[in-house]
Design a protein. Sequence first.
Length: 618
Amino acid sequence: MRSLLPVRTLRTFALCLAGACSLLTACGSSTDEEPVKVPAPTGDFSPRTITLLQTSDLHTNIFPWDYFTGRPDARRGLAKVATLVQQERAKNPDCTLLFDTGDTIQGTPLGTYYSLVDNAPKHPMATAMNELGYTAMALGNHEFNYGLGVLEKFKSEVNFPLLGANVRHTSDGSEAFTPYVLQSVCGVKVGILGLVTPGVTTWERPENIPGLRFDDPLETAKVYVPKMKAAGATVIIVAIHSGPDKQPTGSASNPASWLADYADPTKWADRGSLPGENEAVQIAQEVPGVDVLLTGHTHQPIPKMLLKNKDGREVLLTQPNRWGSHLATVQLKVTWNAGVWGVGAHDSQLLAVDEKVAEDPTVTRLTQQYHDTTVAYVNQKIGSTTATFPGGFAARYVDSPLADLINTVQEEAAHEAGHDVDLSLAAIFTNDGALPAGDITLRDAYSIYIYDNTLYVMEINGSILRRALEMNANYFAQLDANALPERPEGAKATAPSVPDFNWDIYSRVDYGYDLTKPAGSRLTHLRFNGRDVTDDQVFRVALNNYRGGGGGGYDMFKEGRVLWTSADGVRDYIARYLQAHPGLAPDAVNTCNFSLAPDLYGRYFQATLGPAKCAEVR
């Protein structure tokens, strides 16, 4: 049967046109800029309002469509955000700037198709964003997922600069991207500094970022903000693919929770970030001269945070969530004082995309063919199953065939590469991904693994394994067996909340948790081949590159040794496995090796799904 999957044969693009900047050569700035001599002012110095509009973490969501479920989703998409952009511009047409803060070209099959399958056409995100007239875009960590060739091509196609002041050449420390831009708007010179989380080096394969290093954003901002002011900028914007390193202990959906004193430990909980991963708040607090931080990366709707800088000024921070679900709007009241323009007051709001927001007809028309091609691509049949592989909480709260399928795929991929493993671990990323009974499409395969993670084989010891498993259980709240939550999502931890991708299910080791115990002491047993695991025992493990690099706060894996990294993504291995195993039965991959107490599967799912195969291990 002919493979329907993408072939990783990307061309090297020679994109440095005369007068243009290559990917690894910054333009539009200098590291030795002299202060601009401003002539004596004349003209209108009345107060004015500058509007900043921001998107972030679009992850190639242009249409209000979920490629992984094959269903419309009225609450997402740049085509809908475009309508809000046009409406906001009309309110202040001459004084509005539009920014994006990264993770733009990766995330859905649309991004995969036009990066790995057919990279010849102009990238659909470039087409849509050019139509909207972005001022600048800060790089995100996922911009590097397909390597510098794809990023170089995207950079050449957009009509605005890609900013990354802290991305440097490893050879000499020089700028690898444009660090900032100066933009005159309403007679005011605005400086926009672009930064990206340094977690790129943890999560990305080395061959995708050759010759680059990612410096600390805070220290970089301390260098560049004075340069921007010396170049004449009197309003300073930091566009950063990084967010707050804490999250509210109360409801993050309540705008008031984001206005609490950041120093109050009762109001905020640590997010578990890598060192330097989320430094937006620290930049606001420690870098004099910053007026606004437009943030991303943490995938949260943050209408407004107000932070005190050490120079005594109030700094505004906002973030518009992910996937084009919101547009952030910032209003800066700018006044002339002591011979310079400055921000006298500021405010921000998030505008939500919903059923009432129409798609922008021009963006839709320009990108319709991209969308149609992607839908046809993911709807191709690749295999079949004899029964359903349930997803969501039903796949997390029991030793499920879906998690075991992913682990089986990872184990076999490692074996085919010459690296037999002792165990594997994988997460159920979303509540929507599942395999139906009967025919399986590429979309079905992609739905159970929505990220472009690659595969690692690592050597770890029993101590690393035990600590990872103990941290794994932080996904759950401490439960009362006699008063379980009414709904399955109620069993999840909330202070801080833990994303679904931070709960891994392991193969080939026997383990269990007592969720009535406090976090850090929940692992009830850990055995391999019938014997208790010792701290110095050596294991070879298959896991994705995000987790293997310490992603999600699993720093203990960084103590291990990487033996092999895959060229292809895990979800492509899944699709190939399904293609090679028509008529796949859940029992063919399902094994019983872990348990939860209390029995959450029995509490929530037995009535609808029937007795679990692995009930005997609870």
